[in-house]
Design a protein around this ligand. Structure first.
Ligand SMILES: Nc1ncnc2c1ncn2[C@@H]1O[C@H](COP(=O)(O)OP(=O)(O)O)[C@@H](O)[C@H]1O
Ligand SMILES: [Mg+2]
Ligand SMILES: [Zn+2]
Length: 255
């Protein structure tokens, strides 16, 4: 009960008088139940600790727009929005514990991933946001060359978070230890059925599609090549894969 507002610090909840408990009537029977102010307080504390970047703190399903000028994009992005919303609504009773959003930059992957994260936070789940590159920078900077040990705080957090949001998966120069480390994180979370929500703009086809810049065919790396086949396979096992449709880059459109 130490979670409850200290009247000296916060205004007292009018519903429960700050006790955290209130009488709930159901089918003519009254019983003591937990007041919503407890859940709301918990959600607020989780959100404060979630490391969601400031530019996304207001990202929600409500302010995610589907294009009105293009029927195909409207339908496809509408379906994506519905899928992600359904995932958040059903969580944790979803078929797969996680979500992987695949698509080009500016298509709204991080926005949707954060919207889902915030919906889970509102339900009381502890979500931790990590930008993929930043996670590896933090793991690496904590690595002590002389003793060969690593300050494993960021690594531990990525393993232990109740729900992990890993943004821009694979956005890193290829390094063997990155592949090993991401493989460990994904394997650990998969084995322990710990949810993961991830976004990536690497392509995720079995066959490498031709990617043209002008008339030149450019070789575009796949997710499997960057994070390794094993990690990719586990990701598919644990995540509902959502492909973003080809829509205009929202960042450029906004300008
Ligand atoms: N459909 C949309 N409706 C409203 N805002 C959007 C939409 N798609 C993207 N945005 C906004 O555009 C910016 C880029 O989107 P973001 O989710 O970061 O793209 P991605 O992660 O796919 O690169 C963000 O500020 C985001 O909130
Ligand atoms: Mg993004
Ligand atoms: Zn209350």
């Amino acid at each position: 009960m130490s979670e409850i507002a200290n009247p000296a610090e916060q205004s007292v909840c009018p519903k429960c008088g700050g006790s955290g408990w209130k009488i709930i009537e159901r089918d003519g029977i009254s019983a003591a139940g937990q007041c919503e102010c407890i859940a709301a307080g918990r959600a607020q504390r989780i959100e404060e600790k979630s490391q969601i970047p400031p530019i996304y703190v207001n990202a929600s399903f409500e302010n995610f727009r589907v294009p009105q000028d293009n029927p195909t994009a409207n339908r496809e992005l509408g379906n994506v929005l519905t899928t992600v919303k359904t995932f958040a609504r059903e969580f944790p009773l979803t078929t797969k514990p996680g979500l992987l959003l695949v698509g080009d930059p500016g298509t709204g992957k991080t926005h949707l991933a954060v919207a889902a994260a915030r919906a889970l936070i509102a339900k009381g789940f502890d979500v931790l946001f990590f930008d993929y590159q930043e996670l590896f920078e933090r793991i690496r900077s904590g690595y002590d060359e002389t003793s060969g040990t690593s300050n494993r705080e960021a690594y531990r957090q990525a393993l232990d978070a109740e729900v992990l949001l890993l943004d821009d998966l694979g956005a890193h120069r290829y390094k063997e230890w990155v592949e090993d480390t991401i493989n460990s994180i994904i394997t650990y979370r998969c084995n322990n059925r710990k949810p993961l929500i991830a976004t990536t703009n690497l392509h995720d086809e079995d066959r490498v599609p031709d990617y043209k810049v002008g008339t030149t065919v450019v070789y575009k790396k796949s997710l499997a090549e960057v994070i390794g086949l094993r990690a990719r396979s586990r990701l598919h096992e644990m995540c509902k894969v959502v492909k973003m449709p080809a829509v205009e880059d929202y960042r450029l459109k906004k300008r």
